[in-house]
Design a protein. Structure first.
Lengths: 395, 450, 343
């Protein structure tokens, strides 16, 4: 279907179901139950899942296929966000102006940085991209404040021109009247599901971007990129110049990042400089490795995993713990809370760090490998040879 | 059973119609019949406490959280009531707010605008909070304030000292109890002139971001009005950890005072480095060389250790004050946590009480009603003396403390001493002051959301 | 002129910290081929060795002084360190005062121990894995280490002073014939510089003049052949990891009085130390040291007012700008070897 083989079509369908059903699938616990703390089906987090999924898919096209490890992709994310907010400021709140611009500017930026950085390989390339991104962040935070609004973050002020703004137009980001912030809540038994316009906007784009990634992975161009990773020298000897291919991959992944950054600003009309910092670049690297480098679905899983911990675990506090364990006798309750206490709330970094280590020690292929093992356990059927196409790392 | 039966297509359609047809779009919720965002329907109401729990300001965030929990206890009638007993308004009866028991949720700002907004959004969308309080930087405060304005809930700022928060970035749904850079400067300058003379030459090191700039602008203007001369202003990167290369040239510049417009880790390091270079042991222009740190906090004082001795700065509040409100709060806090509260903790405590009180006086959680109750509200007994929540910019006006690093602290907590309580009249400014966005700055209109 | 001398001093001092951290990092790269994102955390743990020792020395017994009141109005609890009670106030206070230099001795076994445990328990299993996996696992470890430190010491910086005898500043300018107060430099920073020089010299001498060092150098050049010769290179690499950890730890111990240690100081240095190592060239020890000093000095010059007024914000980006220029003009940094970490 749509030029995909059977396995890819199945994967695409799975992704579509997950993306469209997220508001229900991510809210498995009734609203009033103690476990509701673990529900992730609220608009902001779902939007983040989709946006960082796009970011990681794009990053994986570069890193997973060519093996070039960029430590500067957050710069493109930031450029995308700034482009969109500037379009809000100059034209109006319709994201149709900003999003294409975000992709284009991020692409242009990536072309420039990629052209220079790809003159080197290995860790030298990583440090070059890191250097460019850190320069962008440092300047955006200080000297470039007239363009970026520095520490505060770029936002729309009432005195901004907004020349296209109509009298009846929404004063928050929208797509031809489809207001991103609007949601419908549907209560069903003890559950409440929130269907948010912005989330579905992101989810549709995620599906398109995922489809695009499948096509890139399976195309001759994708084969070329894999060749860069597996044997650069041999590729050169056969008379092929790998640089244009690597550069194309770099620009494509930069455009994915720009789109993700643009979507962040489309969901929430503020562009902070922090999203360009090296930690943000590092985060997408971690997402990709954690999920499974070179696999199609891995980066999306990795993005979801990290964002889930950041947003859910950081909000659990001692009060909530006491609530959960109140059925225990007093002394035991305090003891259990004392044991768990370092890992939640302000300790969510610790939990994340431990999980990074556990995943990489026990699941060398990332979360995708975990999934495969589970599947093997369940089906305990010998994999047919086709199956590996889905998850095999791009070696 | 389902309240409304909607297909996804239907939702999208209605969304589109709502967006295109209605001038004020429905934000965050479209289907509910609530009069405003997160209208509490049950027997409880939720407050959101959004403080840094990871990163360099984690300890400050922890202290804010302690104070906020204490405030909730007092509002719900547990504990000794703290400053509720001394608070001039008696609208709160210790039985929650408007008969509803107050609960709270917590989040981590990471001191990053993006993360703070994500955390605030999850509180609004998932937990249904009516108010968000806390934070320890101005970038975060402005970002979250903007979000609360869009979402239609009240933002009670925590520690934010930049002029912009209630200046050019002021919002109808946002309120600040903490003082600001202008007030620091207005309070400090006369004391500095008295202690160090009016014929001084100042060298500024300024953190290169919005707060640093407004702080430097304010203190330079105030000291220049006293007759000081500003020799140089050097911007330092936020990420700098070693300030030696910025401090080394100071002695040779002809300046005899060094002003460190830094906060947090930046300030701890720059002050430590300045002391290492022996600046305060030197005589320049025939005068003893001095260092000034316009904005102090207890945690910074603790981080800088001995280096802080004799260095002047300013604070919003300090636990050593002797008024009834302070005593009640410090007793209550000290008994529960075994340590005196910091000034950011006091701000968060006061803000939580002020919000609850405003709700009780307004008789509604509707943010517009609450805002109206807070605007122009005059109160006393929370530790800062008589205070006014000015209607024009939602800034609190109260006395400002000028502090000095204590020479011989007896415990780890009394590292600072109160030098002077600058009366509120001296730190008051016009709402359209040029440093606060001028005449252009406006609160906009109150947004109740849904 | 005096301003330039001052900034050269500053640069050498900053550079010595960069060089020490980069030296350990490049040792691990060069010998084990491991990208160690936890190296900054080792530096941080070193600094906290100094904090811990000064905490241990100030473990106190409490007496109640009824004449004074604490903040709740209760009688004040006065703390007296045991060492002052045992060794007399004079010597006890002296011990506390010299806590940082003393913790050099204290930290070496600890850091080598941590290095051994890290290598044997974790890193060893990642020699054959991809660099990406190494990054993920060491980054996870770095987070865990710093969160553990945060759990015990809090997030706020902890002031850890130099001995009184070494505080204050030295008037360098008068030696060179300038006016007094033109070129002053803190004693402790001078100590740091000479200490760093000694450690760097020691590591080089060890690698150059001992049989052990010779084998390690041979292993860095061609691990396989050395293994074929029947030499147990693994054990030596474990020891090298311990040494690298100790170097990072020492850099941290001595850094504690310069900036109050906090739990994330390792992350602050992490990116910078990677840049230094790469600019120096992968697998080159002299390169790492040279790059450390070069970047330190250039960073100091960039923060001069004269330079900043010409190019606003240059001090924010100088390190990265220099890194880009060097990497574009010299393919493998200053002294990098071909083929190391280039895939």
């Amino acid at each position: 279907m749509l030029g995909m083989n059977k396995k890819d079509t199945a994967l695409m369908i799975v992704v579509a179901i997950l993306a469209l059903g997220a508001p229900i699938l991510l809210n498995p616990f009734p609203t009033e139950s103690a476990m509701a703390q673990f529900n992730a089906g609220y608009p902001d987090l779902m939007q983040r899942f989709a946006i960082f999924g796009i970011f990681a898919i794009g990053f994986n096209i570069l890193f997973g296929l060519t093996g070039y490890l960029s430590f500067g992709h957050a710069a493109f994310l930031g450029v995308g966000s700034y482009s969109v907010v500037w379009m809000y400021k100059l034209l109006d709140y319709n994201v149709i102006w900003g999003l294409p611009l975000a992709v284009v500017t991020a692409g242009a930026f990536a072309l420039l940085i990629g052209y220079v950085s790809l003159r080197r390989s290995g860790i030298y390339f990583s440090i070059l991209t890191l250097a460019f991104a850190q320069m962008s962040f440092n300047l955006a935070y200080s000297v470039l404040t007239p363009i970026t609004n520095g520490e505060t973050g770029l936002q729309v002020y009432t005195k901004d021109p907004q020349v296209l703004l109509g009298a009846n137009e929404a004063n928050s980001p929208h797509f031809f009247g489809l207001v991103m912030n609007s949601s419908s809540k549907i209560a069903m038994g003890g559950w409440e599901f929130t269907f948010n316009n912005g989330y579905y906007f992101c989810a549709v784009i995620l599906m398109v971007m995922f489809y695009l990634a499948i096509r890139i992975f399976r195309s001759p161009f994708g084969m070329m990129l894999r060749a860069i990773k597996s044997n650069n020298t041999r590729m050169t000897y056969t008379g092929l110049n790998p640089r244009p291919y690597a550069l194309a991959a770099f620009v494509i992944s930069g455009m994915y990042a720009g789109l993700a950054g643009g979507l962040m600003a489309a969901m929430d009309p503020l562009a902070g400089a922090e999203r360009m910092q090296w930690t943000a670049s590092g985060e997408v690297v971690l997402m990709t490795i954690l999920g499974g480098t070179g696999t199609l679905i891995g980066p999306v899983l990795g993005a979801g995993f990290i964002k889930y911990f950041e947003n859910i675990f950081s909000k659990i506090n001692d009060n909530i713990l006491h609530g959960w364990f109140s059925f225990l006798p007093d002394g035991l309750e305090d003891f259990v809370v004392f044991i768990i206490h370092p890992f939640i709330g302000k300790g969510w970094h610790l939990t994340l760090g431990i999980l990074f280590m556990l995943v990489v020690i026990f699941l060398p292929g990332g979360l995708v490998e975990g999934g495969q093992r589970l599947k093997k356990l369940v089906t305990s059927k010998k994999d047919d040879s086709n199956n590996t196409a889905k998850t095999e790392p791009a070696e | 059973m389902s309240k409304t039966t909607m297909t996804r297509r239907g939702v999208l359609k209605t969304g589109a119609v709502a967006g295109a047809g209605v001038a004020l779009p429905t934000i965050f919720t479209a289907s509910s019949a609530a009069a405003y965002t997160n209208e509490p329907t049950g027997s409880t109401v939720k407050f959101g406490f959004n403080v840094p729990q990871t990163g360099p300001y984690a300890d400050e965030g922890m202290d804010e959280l302690r104070a906020q929990e204490l405030a909730i206890e007092h509002i719900n009638g547990m504990g000794d009531g703290g400053a509720l007993n001394t608070f001039s308004s008696k609208a709160l009866g210790g039985d929650g707010v408007l008969g509803k028991k107050v609960e709270f949720v917590t989040g981590d700002t990471q001191t990053k605008s993006d993360a703070a907004r994500a955390s605030a959004k999850s509180m609004i969308e998932k937990d249904g909070v009516v108010m968000i309080n806390g934070g320890s930087s101005s970038g975060v405060a402005v970002a979250v304030q903007g979000l609360c304005q869009e979402a239609g809930i009240i933002f009670m700022a925590g520690l934010t000292h930049s002029n912009d928060t209630t200046g050019k970035d002021r919002k109808a749904n946002g309120f600040r109890h903490f003082f600001n850079a202008y007030m620091s400067a207005a309070a400090l300058a006369p004391v500095l002139a008295k202690e160090y003379g009016t014929d001084r030459r100042a060298y500024h090191l300024t953190a290169d971001y919005t707060w640093g700039w407004t702080q430097q602008e304010s203190i330079a203007a105030a000291t220049e009005a006293m007759g000081w001369e500003t020799v140089n202003n050097v911007l330092t990167p936020l990420s700098a950890t070693d300030f030696s290369s910025y401090i080394a040239p100071v002695l040779n510049s002809g300046a005899d005072v060094l002003v460190l417009n830094h906060y947090g880790g930046n300030m701890v390091n720059s002050l430590t480095n300045a002391i290492q270079f022996g600046l305060r042991d030197k005589m320049v222009n025939g005068k003893q060389f001095e260092i000034v740190v316009p904005l102090y906090s207890e945690l910074m004082a603790a981080g800088a250790g001995e280096n802080i001795k004799g260095v002047y700065g300013s604070m919003n509040w300090n636990w050593q004050l002797q008024d009834e409100g302070t005593k009640a709060f410090v007793q209550s806090f000290g008994k529960k946590y075994g340590r005196p509260p910091s000034n950011s903790a006091q701000t968060c405590y006061a803000q939580t009480l002020l919000y609850a009180d405003a709700v009780a006086r307004a008789g509604s959680f509707n943010p517009c009603a609450v805002a109206e109750a807070l605007e122009g509200f005059e109160f006393d007994g929370l530790g800062n003396g008589p205070t006014l929540y000015r209607a024009d910019d939602h800034q609190c006006f109260k006395d400002v403390l000028v502090m000095k690093g204590r020479d011989n602290p007896t415990t780890e907590y009394d590292t600072l001493e109160v030098v002077e309580k600058t009366p509120v009249a001296q730190v008051t400014y016009a709402p359209d002051h040029a440093m606060f966005g001028g005449a252009e700055a406006s609160l906009g209109t109150c947004n109740p959301g849904a | 002129m005096d301003a330039i001398i001052l900034q050269i001093l500053n640069g050498l001092d900053k550079g010595s910290a960069y060089a020490l951290i980069a030296l350990g990092l490049t040792l691990i790269f060069g010998t084990l081929g491991v990208v160690n994102f936890a190296h900054g955390a080792l530096f941080m743990i070193g600094a906290f060795c100094a904090v811990t020792l000064s905490k241990i020395l100030t473990i106190s017994f409490e007496t109640i002084d009824p004449t004074q009141k604490d903040f709740l109005g209760n009688p004040l609890v006065v703390k007296t360190p045991y060492v002052e009670a045992w060794f007399g106030p004079e010597f006890g206070a002296g011990l506390i005062d010299w806590a940082v230099p003393l913790s050099i001795l204290f930290s070496i076994p600890i850091m080598i121990g941590i290095g051994f445990i890290m290598e044997r328990g974790l890193i060893k299993h990642f020699y054959k894995r991809e660099h990406a996996d190494q990054i993920l696992v060491t980054f996870g470890l770095a987070i865990v280490l710093q969160e553990v430190v945060k759990y015990f010491f809090g997030a706020n910086p902890i002031p850890t002073g130099a001995p009184d005898a070494l505080t204050g500043a030295f008037d360098f300018g008068t030696l060179l014939g300038f006016d007094p107060n033109t070129v002053i430099y803190p004693y402790w920073r001078l100590v740091y510089f000479f200490f760093a020089a000694a450690v760097i010299g020691g590591v080089f001498a060890f690698l150059q003049f001992t049989t052990f060092g010779m084998v390690v150098r041979a292993g860095m050049a061609d691990r396989e052949t050395v293994g074929l010769l029947g030499i147990n290179i693994d054990r030596r690499f474990t020891i090298m990891f311990g040494i690298a950890a100790a170097v990072a730890g020492l850099a941290g111990v001595m850094y504690a009085p310069i900036n109050s240690p906090n739990y994330h100081m390792g992350m602050d240095f992490l990116v910078l130390s990677f840049v230094v190592v790469v600019v120096g060239g992968m697998g080159s020890l002299p390169g790492a040291v040279a790059a450390g000093f070069l970047l330190g000095v250039l960073e100091s010059f960039a923060s001069m007012n004269e330079v900043k007024s010409l190019l606003p914000g240059i001090d924010q980006i100088i390190i990265y700008l220099v890194a880009i220029i060097i990497l574009l003009t010299r393919p493998r940094g200053l002294m990098g070897r071909k083929g190391v970490m280039e895939e």
